[in-house]
Design a protein around this ligand. Structure first.
Ligand code: 5GP
Ligand code: MG
Length: 176
């Protein structure tokens, strides 16, 4: 059986500093406006909960969920939106898409197209973590927390088979 060892990558203190910096950048850019945060389930729920509490900008919060076909499936078409938001809620608003980690970029690319069709006043992307080495599509990242190496990460919302989301720090998984 494969043994997993968790190796600390980012401590809760380091994550806290990154989240506060992102909140300050967002507050500066959206001063005097109201934001709709669209949070990508499930991984980004911990990050989003901390982010909104560091922000001063008034926010509305909603959630989207995406499912990707298993790799190897012929009928790909990429990730599908399985839980969406209402058009009336998005139209004319300043929207910020909130993601835990930007990996291939396929999920964010799909969601940007989905949200853009609803006619937001503006549409930007915030991701706590960025794994640029894995990118397959070019997506804008307006608010980048920190760049991480090409390793499988868990904790702070990120799971391994639905576990480890509740860890307060971020670890990479070493197989031995
Ligand atoms: P995408 O490849 O579409 O950019 O990312 C899709 C999703 O894969 C992310 O939202 C995240 O939930 C998941 N993901 C990407 N890299 C990792 C990782 O290192 N660990 C975990 N737990 N999930 C990841
Ligand atoms: Mg995710």
């Amino acid at each position: 059986m494969t043994q997993h060892k968790l190796v600390l990558l980012l401590s809760r203190q380091e994550i806290g500093e990154v989240v506060r910096r992102l909140a300050a950048e967002i507050d500066r850019d959206y001063a005097g406006r109201e934001l709709l945060l669209v949070v990508i389930l499930r991984g980004a729920f911990v990050f989003a909960a901390d982010l909104v509490r560091e922000m001063r900008t008034p926010v509305r919060v909603d959630f989207v969920r995406i499912s990707s076909y298993p790799t190897g499936t012929v009928t790909t078409g990429g990730p599908r939106v399985v839980t969406g938001v209402r058009r009336e809620e998005v139209r004319g608003r300043d929207v910020l898409l909130v993601e835990d980690i930007l990996d291939t970029g396929l999920s964010v690319d799909r969601l940007l197209k989905y949200l853009r069709r609803m006619g937001p006043a503006s549409l930007r992307v915030c991701a706590l973590l960025d794994k640029p080495s894995r990118r397959r599509v070019d997506v804008p990242l307006h608010y980048r927390g920190t760049t991480v190496p090409d390793r499988f990460l868990v904790g702070y919302g990120l799971d391994m088979d639905q576990r480890c989301r509740n860890l307060s720090d971020i670890y990479w998984v070493q197989e031995s």
